[in-house]
Design a protein around this ligand. Structure first.
Ligand code: FEO
Length: 395
């Protein structure tokens, strides 16, 4: 995408990555992503807010040329991860006059990851300002969304917040500006689930702090720019709140049909009890969809076959993912079957240690589920309904 003007002398100069399909060799990117970099021309100094992934260097260089950014005095680094910082070393070669403006922790990380030399840095503290002449940058240190060194940059005169990953989305939109989050809601929620959810309490804290700033535009480092900040701020407030929904997420894997029968039976039972169910066959499921589903579900039940006395590796992957993402889920269960022996329950329970959940009694069946086993699943559905009702989630 070519450079785009945001406000007077503030430009998008980043890059779209329409074809990228995996991030961190882990996260599916069905809609690609963007690396948003911003050039700010002040009356005395010029600044670049973050750079781009090294794979997209040509686009950043071309866009800077397009906006006649001959001189760059400051490269503000809000976050060390290389999709934003990876092009800083090359930028410093192209612009030897430039200094990297960042906090102490980010400087340490940039030196570790990109070998940037000491004399290239200007360190800032939380709340500090940096004048560009007629424009002023203010820095808000906002750790753990999602690395320990993350910060936001606020352009005071234009009321633009540059929060880097925070409030972003993995999208490569042809329309850079959005006024209505509805079109971008799924991408933003997917991004929140995969990147921000493990840091929910920090998300709450930073949202609260942003209330002190008058923000007209939110310009994150991935996805579209928000000309109306309220919908994305409201969505983050909802996702990061303590509220959960009357929903059971049911990731499962079945080898010979026994576990699948149990899953189907439980699913029907929950639907009859007017509980929303989101099943995910782990052989085919998009992990991003699973991550989105657990953002606000009250309950997760993992269904698995047994492989050599352990849970199926795909169930182990799902448990590891859920555990790493730390959703606000309140209840959890394990169901499944085995051929001749299983330790799946202890294994999976041990893998969910990060979750602050109340565990339901597991339902584990030797072979195909029989009448007594189906009755145990009825009891499980009853217990889930009871807990959801006690929590005030049912109508
Ligand atoms: Fe977009 Fe944490 O990097």
């Amino acid at each position: 995408m070519a450079a785009r003007r945001i406000t007077d002398n503030v430009f998008f100069v980043g890059a779209m990555d329409w074809n990228r399909r995996l991030f961190d060799s882990l996260i599916p990117l069905p809609d690609g992503t963007s690396y948003n970099s911003y050039f700010i021309r002040g009356s005395e100094k010029n600044a670049l807010i973050d750079t781009v992934d090294p794979a997209k260097e040509e686009q950043l260089v071309a866009n800077l040329k397009e906006v006649s950014a001959e001189r760059i005095d400051y490269i503000v680094s809000n976050h060390t991860e290389q999709d934003h910082s990876g092009w800083i070393p090359r930028m410093l070669e192209l612009h030897p006059e430039a200094k990297v403006v960042t906090n102490a922790k980010c400087k340490e990380f940039l030196q570790d990851h990109l070998l940037i030399s000491e004399e290239k840095f200007i360190l800032i503290e939380d709340g500090e300002t940096l004048s560009l002449g007629d424009k002023t940058l203010q820095f808000i240190i906002a750790p753990w969304v999602h690395w320990p060194e993350t910060m936001f940059t606020y352009l005071i005169e234009d009321k633009i917040l540059f929060p880097c990953d925070f409030l972003g989305s993995h999208l490569a939109p042809s329309e850079l500006f959005v006024e209505d989050i509805a079109h971008f809601y799924e991408g933003a929620k997917r991004y929140y689930a995969e990147i921000m959810m493990p840091f929910r309490t920090n998300v709450q804290k930073h949202l609260k702090r942003l209330r002190d700033f008058e923000i007209d535009i939110i310009a994150p480092s991935h996805g579209p720019i928000h000309l109306n900040p309220q919908p994305i701020l409201a969505a983050y407030a909802e996702w990061s709140s303590d509220e959960v929904k009357n929903t059971v997420v049911l990731p499962f894997v079945s080898m010979h049909g026994s576990t699948e029968k149990m899953v189907e039976y439980l699913l029907e039972g929950l639907v009859e009890r007017r509980i929303e169910v989101k099943p995910f066959d782990l052989v085919k499921a998009d992990p991003g969809k699973l991550a989105m589903a657990i953002v606000d579900a009250a309950t997760i039940v993992i269904g698995t076959s047994t492989v050599l006395v352990g849970a199926h590796p795909k169930a182990i992957y799902a448990a590891a993912l859920v555990n790493a993402l730390r959703p606000k889920t309140r209840f959890a269960g394990i169901i499944g079957s085995y051929g001749w022996g299983t330790r799946m329950v202890d294994q999976l329970k041990g893998m969910l240690a990060n979750l602050k959940v109340e565990m339901f009694d597991p339902v584990v069946v030797k072979g195909y589920p029989k009448v007594a086993d189906l009755s145990a699943l009825d009891n499980l559905a009853d217990r889930i309904l009871e807990k959801h009702s006690e929590a005030g989630l049912t109508k």
